[in-house]
Design a protein around this ligand. Structure first.
Ligand code: ADP
Length: 362
């Protein structure tokens, strides 16, 4: 087997690197015009649009005189000189460079090798930077669109309340004034209108709460133990009526908005009670473990394929007849948790119960 010299091994290695590497000699440590090319790997030669024999052993002034007229070029060469003289290394970060052949953004660092010698590492990040800029623009546009949609939902749901109120009152007037003249079928129709209106009212209320989450509220240190005590008392009617046993662990304080955290726990606890098994008293546990906070129940459970779906807005797995609801609760929980930089998920076995876990990133 042919034995390679150290130099050819190193040259091959550097040529295969996906970043630009070059070695420079600075004979006069006070003059950037004295800098010479010692080695340029393939990537660097490509960036310069040159062949090795056109540069090696030559001065930068001969090969790329235009670099001395360019701010980015001068900065890089001044750094070669400084590092060749003083030692150490300098990360120049992002540098814009252009000449008649190339133009782009480069990430650049300069390192000392030995007296009068430096090496440079260079990465062309033009495309990356371009993609980053485009992504930033898209993100801003998306944020604006989201804000618009949320405002629209708020306004639309707010304005929908008024005609709904009118409709409900008119049905009430009709029932009061003409009730005894109406037959059974007419009463049935009125009941259908009333039920529909009540459901729509709940939907609008949930949508309004959902859209309000986006409106920024100052985040404060919230005492979750106190919050859950208040919540338990608000839900006492439901808890007694369903014979629910509810156990709440000692919980730490978290940073957040009280309204949002309350809605989050309220949705999870009321779901834990709502989706109970017939003839089995609900047992609901609220606590915290290594992975996050949790609300668990001994209810009907959720099958594997719906564990992610249920967090989508309006997604429901049951008919109104089986379990009432609007399908907004969990979407709202997800929205709140995302706003806090956390995560929410469910572990569940059909027929045994569910455990909703969530983190808040603070
Ligand atoms: P809603 O309760 O109004 O139907 P949610 O968004 O709160 O809407 O929940 C979406 C769906 O997820 C529910 O319709 C139900 O099928 C399922 N679900 C939520 N919580 C539970 C739970 N604790 N146990 C079983 N299923 C649940």
């Amino acid at each position: 087997m042919e034995k390679f010299s150290n130099i050819s091994i190193l040259t091959k290695t550097f040529n295969d690197l996906p970043i630009g590497v070059g070695v420079f000699y600075v004979p006069d440590l006070n003059d950037i015009k004295s800098i010479e090319y010692v080695f340029m790997n393939k990537v660097l030669l490509y960036e310069m649009r040159k062949e090795s024999h056109e540069v090696i052993g030559k001065k930068i002034t001969e090969v790329a005189p235009e670099a001395f007229d360019h701010e980015g070029g001068r900065l890089v060469m001044e750094t070669y000189r400084k590092i060749a003289k003083d030692g150490g290394k300098i990360n120049l970060g992002l540098i814009e460079y252009s000449n008649h052949m190339v133009a782009g953004t480069y990430e650049c660092s300069v390192h000392h090798i030995q007296s009068n010698y430096v090496y440079v590492m260079l990465r062309n990040v033009t495309e990356l930077e371009q993609i980053k800029r485009e992504l930033e623009i898209k993100n801003t546009q998306l944020e604006l669109k989201n804000k618009e949609i949320e405002e629209f939902v708020y306004i639309a749901s707010h304005d929908l309340q008024e005609p709904l109120r009118t409709m409900t009152s008119i049905v009430n007037f009709l029932k009061e004034d003409y009730g005894n003249k109406l037959d059974e079928t007419a009463h049935k129709y009125f009941n259908l209108i009333e039920n529909g209106a009540a459901r729509m009212k709940q939907l609008i209320r949930d949508l309004l709460d959902y859209s309000k989450t986006a409106q920024s509220e100052e985040l404060k240190e919230i005492n979750l133990n106190q919050l859950l005590e208040e919540l338990k008392s608000d839900l006492s009617d439901l808890i007694i009526r369903t014979n629910t046993s509810i156990e709440i662990d000692d919980l730490p304080n978290v940073k957040g908005s009280k309204t949002e955290l309350r809605l989050l726990f309220q949705n999870l606890i009321s779901n834990a009670i709502k989706f109970r098994k017939p003839d089995v008293s609900p047992i609901v546990k609220v606590g915290v473990e290594k992975r996050g906070f949790y609300v668990s129940d001994n209810g009907i459970g959720i099958d594997e394929q719906n564990k992610e779906n249920i967090f989508k807005i309006f997604k429901r797995l049951h008919s109104q007849k089986e379990y009432e609801g609007t399908g907004i609760g969990l979407a709202h929980c997800l929205k709140i948790i995302k706003k806090y930089g956390g995560n929410i998920w469910v572990e569940s076995t059909v027929g045994k119960g569910s455990k909703f876990l969530f983190t808040v990133a603070n």
